[in-house]
Design a protein around this ligand. Sequence first.
Ligand SMILES: [Zn+2]
Length: 190
Amino acid sequence: MPVELPDFRLGSVLATSFTATLTERQGDSVERIPTPQRLIDWLAIYGLAVDSCTAAQLKCARGLRESIHAAATAAATEDTLPAAAVEIINDRSVQGQAAAVLTPEGEWQWRLGSSSVEDALSVIAADAISIIAGERAGKLALCASPTCQAAFFDTSQSRTRRWCDMGTCGNREKKARFNANHGKKARSTG
Ligand SMILES: [Zn+2]
């Protein structure tokens, strides 16, 4: 029987979807890329198909992920960017071979030089740089869920999004509020 592996939390922003491969960072964290194959699967979903992935490359990917998380969190809270995280993001950005290409439909696409994990990570690093540097329309913010606090990129008109993901953190908060209110009412009438 195949072992059940955690599903992915897929968002529309590459860099913060990548950091969401580790969820509930402030609670019972869930590693969603526990094996090299799961990193391959995740990259393929984002159009970054790679040929193979070793344990060392997976470790490297997680290192980039945590660096993006640290830098994005600092950016969201207007703190100084952690130097070690910036260095790792820059190293990964420089070390891969990837180029932007235009599809026949006129859409942006990344083309990996050698379909290696390093190439894919360079694309993710570049995406992180663009949002942390404020080059894209949107705002970095932290999820309001106390057990999550993930950095996410808010592209809503009002820039007032509170949760990294409406389907998970947002829903859980709504339910918790409903239950709290419900409980209060029951007590006051009882
Ligand atoms: Zn969240």
